[in-house]
Write a protein that binds this ligand. Structure first.
Ligand code: NDP
Length: 259
């Protein structure tokens, strides 16, 4: 474990939605490495079990919880938060990371079902979890909420209209909460990841070779990111180092959004 001054998360409790894989697991690892207790939430029990095993290797079992919970189900979210605060005593950090995508060739071809599925999982779920988590933070007198947007919070494509709408909404929701809750010492920020290799995107290179090449060509870093690339920003926004930072949307994208 690293003692790291203002970035140290000893005594802090984090909940990472979708922490059972991809970017969420990358951020959960960064938190346990900074000594936080971490609860991960997801739907797949198999992914939860394997993610928990990875986290326990870093921190031991007493600081890790893995909870099966669909973030679109408000009652299930309330039950999960009660379990987390019951075991760890508080909730200091919430990362709203769970997300899905559905594509169509053009916007009018996206079905109503796919629209609803994406908006529910990516946007409505953030309000579900945030509105239920905030009272714990208010009571404690501090909190950090980190919402995961996307390059689609800034740019758009014709093939993922619900995803882009949801991720644009994530930024505006972040600002709304930031304005309301600085008085309660709760900072609310967004991270806008660039193109990161995870289960969500691992078919991308084969399915869209031209777009894949365009992305690498446009990214000054000259590569797609890895989940670990988000760790530093996720720790910064969860730690006391960011106590005067709220309402921002920080791209972590190897420079993709600069030009
Ligand atoms: P993954 O598919 O690897 O991870 C998404 C996670 O969300 C899974 O662990 C999944 O768990 C969980 N999840 C999805 N829906 C629900 C739900 N209803 N309830 C609970 N958990 C849910 O994708 P990424 O790691 O790539 O994506 C993580 C976040 O980062 C998403 O919000 C995504 O939009 C965003 N993002 C990703 C980028 C990338 O390039 N990879 C770029 C920009 C943003 P389970 O399957 O068990 O439900």
């Amino acid at each position: 474990m690293v003692e790291n001054g203002m970035f140290d998360l000893s005594g802090r409790v984090a909940c990472v939605t979708g922490g059972n894989g991809g970017l969420g697991l990358g951020m959960a690892k960064a938190y346990v490495e900074q000594n936080a207790s971490v609860a991960i939430i997801g739907r797949s029990q198999a992914k939860l079990d394997s993610a928990r095993a990875e986290l326990e290797k870093l921190s031991g079992s007493e600081k890790v919880m893995a909870l099966q919970c669909d973030v679109t189900d408000r009652d299930a979210v309330q039950a999960a938060l009660e379990q987390i605060t019951g075991r760890f005593g508080s909730l200091d950090i919430l990362v709203n990371n769970a997300g899905v995508n559905r594509r169509a060739d053009e916007p009018h071809m996206l079905s109503a079902e796919d629209w609803e599925y994406v908006i529910d999982a990516n946007l409505t779920s953030i309000h579900n979890v945030t509105s239920l988590a905030f009272p714990y933070m208010k009571e404690r007198g501090r909190g950090k909420i980190i919402n995961i947007g996307s390059m689609m919070s800034i740019f758009a494509t014709g093939y993922a209209p619900a995803y882009a709408a949801s991720k644009g909404g994530v930024v505006q929701y972040t600002k709304s909460c930031a304005v309301a809750w600085m008085k309660d010492n709760v900072q609310v920020n967004a991270i806008l990841p660039g193109w990161i290799v995870t289960e969500m995107t691992n078919q991308f290179k084969e399915a869209f070779p031209d777009r894949y090449a365009m992305i690498v060509g446009r990214t000054p870093a000259g590569r797609w990111g890895q989940p670990a690339d988000l760790g530093g920003t996720a720790v910064f926004l969860a730690s006391s180092a960011s106590d005067f930072v709220t309402g921002t949307a920080i791209p972590v994208d190897g420079g993709y959004s600069v030009w």
